[in-house]
Design a protein around this ligand. Structure first.
Ligand code: CTP
Length: 518
């Protein structure tokens, strides 16, 4: 710790009162040249205001109180009597005993002084091979390469990862071509942002040039330009994803405290306007928080509040919104992520129906038993949430579809008490219900009997006559619509428990004697 100057001896940070206006804060930034101001209210510390967040709020035309965009200062590594706290644009040294005594330093000197803890991981298996290939190609082309994002997070968590993101300093196309060749893979896509997708065996690689980005307006796609690793990591959604790994040394580059957040199970945005920039990140939050059991930090909660207050969710295109729901359905426990969105008022902001938790649980359980595919899952969500064709369209579903579901739902509602009547044979109910789309049945659990629907999906819908038209012809029956009727009657007998598997022919013969079918 030889080169560290005790924070207290360097004086107080520049602070601003919470009730100051945005313009006053901008002026103070400009006059002082600082990147961070400390927001105070009656002598109490509220948070850190970054020049960048304030500037962007102003640029987007958002009217905010300083306390709404003040960010929590995450703890970084601790040293005896001293803690290093991080912020994207600077770093803080803070005396543990007197947390209000903060100073900001530019990140450069801190890095030079080796203040950022350097975690090293040992690469194993295929990742080690990929790292070796990255090293060879990097030195051949004279560029630097890093693993970034989810793969680093998953490596720390000891989870398998087959989607590997790599950033390099320059020559991205050449790099991607050589990398694909070395892995005997192929480039399958070149994206809008100049990234190359490579498929090699079970792995998908995204090779991109290090870049920074900014948003021209909330919820737009970002503008990008080449930039340093520090900003490439800063442009990401959460600290746990803002990590890089050097394939040469195995060292983790962690500017924003992502490693600490992984271990303390925190989901922290890189800055408070993150969800204004890109509201899809709230859906990503739902996935990460539930997949890794992470707790949202104060700044992440403030970021959600801002996105809700400024209506940015409604700026998302249907294709983007739909895609986020599709990704939720790829999770092991999509229901948890959906309930996260409900809890944080996201669903209510986008849709009007706002069903309670129990209905979600029942509908999702039925959907799981029914084995709905991706398309039907989206439609189930739309049925549970959307109260109008306009809301249906938010998930790229047509007005026609909405109307058709409405009609079908009405027929189901009309038969709700008939379906509950124990005097009606099971077969009649099954023949009626199976005409409806499975997703609609799942969504209709609010007024249909859950147990009966479960039995339908588990068993009744799968009951077959056990004989085919061909079998009937072999038994001497003539072709024609009559065959269909006979098969239906056999199936009904099975559904109503009159016969079991293997008893079809005996049943048929008996019924034929009685002039079956009537
Ligand atoms: N990213 C982001 N904002 C988005 C989408 C992506 O910041 N709206 C960043 C994330 O930091 C992420 C990286 O881009 O790590 C790659 O995105 P993606 O492939 O979707 O994430 P992975 O981490 O690879 O996938 P997952 O988290 O689902 O395992």
């Amino acid at each position: 710790m030889k080169n560290i100057i005790p924070a207290a001896s360097l004086g107080l940070p520049i602070s601003i009162e919470k009730k100051a206006s945005m313009d006053e804060a901008l002026e103070l930034f400009s006059l002082s040249g600082e990147e961070i101001l400390i927001v105070m209210a009656d002598g109490e510390y509220i948070g850190a205001l970054s020049r960048r967040s304030l500037f962007n709020a102003k640029r987007y035309g958002l009217k905010v109180n300083l306390s709404e965009i003040a960010e929590e200062i995450p703890s970084g590594e601790t040293f005896p009597g001293l803690e290093v706290l991080r912020n994207p644009l600077g770093a803080f040294l803070v005396l543990k005993e007197t947390p209000k005594s903060l100073i900001t330093l530019k990140e450069g000197p801190l890095l030079q002084e080796g203040l950022f803890k350097k975690e090293t991981v040992k690469l194993k298996g295929e990742l080690k091979t990929f790292a070796q290939i990255l090293c060879e190609i990097s030195s051949e082309l004279g560029v630097s390469a890093y693993f970034v994002g989810g793969v680093v997070r998953d490596l720390i968590l000891n989870r398998p990862c087959f989607d590997i993101d790599v950033v390099i300093t320059r020559k991205v196309q050449k790099f991607a071509e050589k990398f694909a060749r070395a892995l005997q893979g192929e480039i399958i896509k070149k994206s809008l942002f100049g990234t190359f997708k490579i498929k090699a065996g079970a792995y998908i690689f995204d090779i991109a040039q290090m870049r920074w980005e900014y948003y021209e307006a909330p919820a737009r796609l970002p503008r990008i330009a080449p930039g340093p690793l520090r900003l490439d990591l800063f442009r990401r959604d959460f600290t746990v994803n803002a990590l890089a790994l050097c394939p040469v040394t195995g060292q983790i580059v962690d500017f924003y405290g992502g490693v600490a957040d992984i271990f303390s199970q925190k989901l922290r945005v890189l800055h408070v306007l993150s969800f204004i920039d890109d509201p899809t990140r709230i859906f990503r939050a739902a996935r990460y928080a539930t997949r890794f059991n992470l707790e949202l930090t104060k700044t992440t909660l403030r970021a959600i509040d801002l996105a809700l207050k400024f209506e940015t969710l409604n700026l998302l295109t249907p294709a983007r919104l739909r895609n986020e729901f599709l990704r939720i359905f790829e999770e092991k426990e999509p229901l948890k992520a959906i309930l996260f969105l409900k809890k944080h008022r996201i669903l209510k902001k986008l849709f009007s129906l706002d069903p309670d938790e129990t209905l979600f649980k029942k509908a999702f359980h039925l959907a799981e038993v029914a084995g709905l595919g991706e398309r039907a899952e989206i439609e189930l969500v739309a049925l549970l949430l959307a109260g109008s064709p306009e809301e249906f369209a938010k998930l790229e579903l047509s007005t026609k579809k909405f109307e058709s579901y409405q009609r079908q739902r009405k027929s189901l509602e009309e038969k709700a008490s008939w379906l509950l009547d124990p005097a009606i044979p099971v077969s009649e109910k099954v023949f009626f219900l199976e005409k409806f789309p499975k997703e609609l049945l799942c969504a209709s659990v609010s007024f249909l009997d859950e147990d009966f629907l479960l039995r339908c999906f588990k068993h009744y819908f799968k009951v077959s006559p056990g004989l085919s038209g061909k079998d009937l012809k072999r038994l001497g029956l003539n072709s024609g619509p009559i065959l269909g009727k006979i098969l239906k009657k056999i199936r009904a007998a099975k559904l109503d428990g009159q016969i079991k598997d293997g008893e079809e022919i005996t049943f048929l013969e008996k019924e034929l004697k009685n002039g079956f079918p009537s």
